[in-house]
Ligand binder design. Structure first.
Ligand SMILES: [Ca+2]
Ligand SMILES: [Ca+2]
Ligand SMILES: [Ca+2]
Length: 834
């Protein structure tokens, strides 16, 4: 009887299947129908850098997150550093298919409630006010929803039936208003320089009306929005900031309470849509005898195929199937299903591609040399371009002129700042606030997509370069570096191994800090927010003239040497003993490397190392002990047993607590310790080996996957480096071939898409856009490793390759890219040296 009912139910459901599937809240607490996910504050505004374009109401449309930022906002096209609302509560009512979120602006004592309800295939957004809008926000507060420009430009839209097209570049109307009318920005900073006009720019809408139909010419992107009480206005957020999105907005009414705004939003879903399989493999290719496993990411509604094939492309261009093998199920991981295709049996050098059903990949190589050049672009191009205080030339192209000629001013005391920095209550130096600190505009590396010198990162970078030099002695010389000329030219050998010049360049700035300031600065960074977000030639961030407060705004002195422009960079000099200690150890290491090449700098580095070490360790001994890594480096640098003892006291408990986290540091110590240390380490390496094996069960890729706000390529390369070192010292425990999982991931075998995450590296399909300092051109700096696959709660991995502006997935940092250099060097050393 029960069985009969079940069959009847199935028949009835089958009969109803022509009815469109409604948008319903699923067990992960978001609205779902096939092809459409609507997230309501599964991701919150974190406020870390104030604008991640990753939160609020979001739409994942046929697998791509095309809309986000659905929130009450206080301007037409909010920029980074505009205020974001705090989420005061979030209630999911699955039974009534409703999610309610409380939003609050503390600065204005302003609360609103957002109620989102599934209505058939669409959803309804309501804004409720329990108290009327504060007077000062009338005409400013509205409900905004932002759409990804790169998924909409060139496509059509209709407002109340009028036909338009989304622009490729921002070209629309603006007006200006007095600054007094501008809603407060983060900490009172201003993102713009008003050039003395006293006015800010306000974009005007592209269109206005009650019904907006977006992209009817692309069924993957079609969305219809209608508004009951107020007009919809469509803005181009790129008018104020290149990272802006298309903004749809309705203003909230003045002096009203209760339900004040209603939108109906219907993202079109393609009937029976199934996401295309993402066939993950190494774009760089494979060594003939290495394991070769493609991981294929499938829609859960997709029917996995039982077999896949490898085809070869012959010299005459003809194609032939050379291998057919089983596709094995791995299982589900977050929102997708994963299967694996092992084609290790294909070992003949050649050009190949994978065919899975009707899907074929781009081609890749099998050859003994495929990894030979994986670090060249990073070494020859990315690193030299990030050399600060130099002119950098590359054939006919200039990457940047000489930045910050006017040097750095002392940051005034008690400055709360942006980019996670601040100056404490005193300067901790002999300089007064805004006084010039001489000699700091030399050497050093741009931090990342921005142009500050993060001292901590620069210390790590010099340390990374010295490790590479001492371990692998690379003689590669492709770069001309001349500090007298302040000139760098790519692809011009000058007789000096580049890595020594990189060590020298980083050390020059760090030693200048120690000499001029007396200790390490936290950072040398922008003083004003309106030049911090600079996109373009680094030499044009400041005017190259000293700031003179006696001159009027924008005035230039008669001798042309100073100006009234407040653009000079600041040195943030609050003393941090941990930083001083790290610098001391790096100075010792740099001094060893520079000996015989630049003896003067080598001696100065050694002098500062000893001085900072003495001062900092006296103070640190009073306060406790330094970090494990620092104690190890201090022992290597000085040979003093107190540091060794401290290191040994810490390393074992730390390994007991977290073997995977500590293993790399433990392995770095092996060459400097006795055999007893190595024996004591052995059981931990066995435990680490279990951890590596267990990763195979944890996710389909077998590498550690980060789920934080910054994606995890760096963790994967560091995992790979640890494998290489462990395999070198304990080959009986750790199989070096595990390191191929790291190269596979970095070069294309990962979720979302199968592009190589390193710019210009990877035969047929490296990523094309990165968050480098040329991101406004939708371009890349060769050799940059992207952080990669950013996790969005509760179950979505993402890496945009048509939109560079999300730092968490596309920015390269000087620390991350030198980490990639170490991994690449260790990998080549272990895999290719036999
Ligand atoms: Ca920075
Ligand atoms: Ca060179
Ligand atoms: Ca200046």
């Amino acid at each position: 009887m029960q069985k009969y009912f079940a069959i009847l139910l199935l028949v009835l459901l089958g009969a109803c299947s022509t009815e469109p599937e409604p948008l319903k809240i699923n067990d992960k607490e978001y609205f779902e129908r096939q092809g459409v996910n609507v997230l309501v504050y599964n991701n919150l505004f974190s406020g870390g850098f104030n604008d991640e374009k990753n939160s609020g109401l979001e739409i994942i449309h046929h697998g791509v997150r095309t809309a986000q930022g659905g929130a009450i906002r206080l301007s037409n096209t909010p920029e980074q550093w505009d205020l974001v609302p705090k989420t005061t509560n979030r209630e999911v009512d699955a039974e009534n298919n409703t999610i309610e979120v409380g939003l609050r602006y503390d600065d204005y004592d302003f609360d609103a409630r957002l109620v989102v309800t599934g209505e058939g295939e669409a959803f309804r957004v309501e804004v409720w006010l329990d108290k009327p809008l504060p007077k000062e926000l009338e005409g400013d507060a509205g409900f905004n929803l932002e759409f990804l420009p790169s998924q909409y430009w060139h496509k059509a839209y209709l407002m109340d039936g009028r036909h338009n097209r989304f622009p490729r570049y921002a070209v629309s109307e603006t007006i200006t208003h007095p600054n007094s009318e501008k809603v407060k920005q983060y900490k009172g900073y201003k993102t713009y320089d008003d050039r003395g006009t006293g006015c800010f720019i306000d974009p005007l809408p592209l269109e206005q009306g009650r019904t907006l139909l977006m992209a009817p010419d692309d069924e993957q992107r079609t969305v219809k929005i209608t508004s009951d009480e107020a007009d919809l206005m469509l803005y181009d957020g790129r008018m104020l900031a290149q990272n802006g999105w298309f903004v749809v907005r309705s203003l909230l009414p003045a002096e009203k309470t209760g339900k004040v705004l209603t939108w109906h939003v219907e993202p079109h879903a393609i009937k029976d849509w199934i996401r295309e399989p993402n066939i993950g493999f190494s774009q760089v290719g494979y060594l003939p005898d290495q394991p070769k496993v493609a991981v294929i990411e499938l829609d859960k509604r997709d029917e996995p195929l039982s077999r896949a094939s490898v085809y070869t492309i012959a010299e005459d261009g003809s194609e032939k199937e050379v291998f057919k093998g089983k596709v094995e199920s791995w299982g589900d991981y977050f929102k997708y299903h994963y299967v694996k295709f092992d084609f290790s049996e294909v070992t003949e050098p050649g050009i190949y591609y994978i065919r899975y059903g009707e899907h074929r990949t781009n081609n890749f190589l099998i050859e003994t040399t495929v990894y030979d050049h994986i670090t060249d672009a990073t070494n020859d191009v990315w690193i030299p371009i990030h050399m600060n205080h130099m002119f950098v030339s590359d054939a006919y192209r200039v990457w940047h002129g000489e930045p910050f000629r006017e040097g750095y001013l002392q940051a005034p005391p008690s400055t709360d700042h942006f980019d996670l920095h601040g100056q404490g209550p005193t300067t901790d130096t002999k300089y007064k606030g805004l006084e010039l600190i001489p000699g700091l505009n030399v050497g050093g590396y741009f931090d990342a997509g921005d142009f500050d010198i993060e001292t901590g990162a620069n210390i790590g970078v010099v340390h990374n370069f010295v490790s590479i030099w001492e371990r692998f002695r690379p003689q590669r010389d492709k770069t001309f570096v001349n500090h007298k000329q302040r000139y760098v030219e790519l692809h011009r050998p000058d007789g000096v191994p580049d890595i020594l010049q990189f060590i020298e360049h980083g050390t020059l700035n760090l030693v200048a800090q120690a000499e001029q300031i007396g200790h390490m600065a936290q950072t040398l960074s922008n003083s004003v927010l309106d030049n911090y977000h600079h996109l373009g030639d680094a030499a044009s961030i400041t005017d190259g003239r000293h700031y003179d407060p006696r001159l009027g705004p924008y005035e230039v002195s008669a001798d042309g040497k100073s100006s009234g422009v407040k653009d000079d960079m600041w040195a943030f000099t609050s003393r941090n003993l941990g930083l001083d200690l790290r610098a001391a150890t790096t100075f010792a290491a740099a001094s060893r490397a520079l000996k015989g090449y630049n003896d003067d700098l080598s001696n100065r580095a050694l002098y500062q190392s000893k001085r900072l070490l003495k001062e900092a360790s006296n103070l640190i001994n009073q306060q406790g002990r330094g970090s494990m890594g620092t104690n190890l480096q201090l022992f290597i640098a000085t040979g003093e047993h107190q540091y060794k003892d401290k290191f040994l006291k810490d390393i074992w408990p730390s390994l007991d607590r977290n073997v995977s986290f500590t293993m790399q540091t433990a392995l770095e110590a092996v060459p400097y310790m006795d055999d007893k240390y190595k024996e004591q380490l052995r059981p931990y390496v066995e435990k680490y080996s279990e951890y590596v094996e267990n990763l195979e069960q944890e996710n389909p890729y077998g590498v550690p996957i980060s789920l934080g706000n910054w994606a995890g390529s760096g963790n994967v390369t560091s995992f790979g480096t640890t494998i290489c070192f462990a395999a070198e010292y304990f080959p009986d425990i750790i199989d070096k071939r595990h390191a191929f999982k790291a190269t596979d991931w970095i070069f294309g075998c990962h979720p979302y898409h199968n592009y190589s995450l390193v710019a210009a590296v990877g035969a047929a399909r490296p990523k094309e856009v990165f968050y480098g300092n040329n991101r406004a051109d939708f371009s890349f700096i060769p050799g940059n490793m992207a952080p990669g696959l950013l996790f969005r709660h509760p179950d979505h991995f993402e890496n945009y390759d048509d939109w560079p502006f999300l730092w968490g997935q596309n920015e390269g940092t000087i620390a991350g890219n030198t980490g990639y250099l170490i991994f690449g060097s260790a990998f080549k050393d272990v895999m290719l040296s036999e």
